[in-house]
Design a protein around this ligand. Sequence first.
Ligand code: SF4
Length: 170
Amino acid sequence: MEKVDHAFVDEIVKAGADRIRTCIQCGTCSSVCPSGRRTAFRTRELIRKALLGLKEEVLSSPNLWLCATCHTCLERCPRQIKVTDAIIIMRNMAAEKGFMLPEHRRASMKLLETGHAVPINTANREKRVSLGLDEVPPTVHSHKDALDDLKTIMERTGFKDLIEKQEAEK
Ligand code: SF4
């Protein structure tokens, strides 16, 4: 049986989700969640488990990555809990521990390489030209210096190391 970690919620609070302890388990977040309508993701349950200190269970759950970060729960929560922030905080903790869905790892690798999690493909290049637009958008795709800046940010924040370490361990 999993050891309860009472410091888990303290870590979440310290990282910015300061009202999480005021959750009354009303379930509003789950009922308005567009991801929960199509997946096993249950926001209320995740918050409850976090409050109970079930750190390993929460951080290792693939469901943690099913939130689309749309912020609907945050807008509706009667306790004004920063629910989405809490989820992102827990995802950061999960990523540090090596728990990350392969899809997110792949998107992160693309970001490291190209500056886009979903880089432009041939079909989209052709579509843009057919619409009278430049072949590539005015992003890092067409600004090499901005891509270099972005890569520097990803290195200095530790994001590059984190993702490459995960990629090496997969
Ligand atoms: Fe808790 Fe807010 Fe979700 Fe209600 S809507 S269960 S108070 S997080």
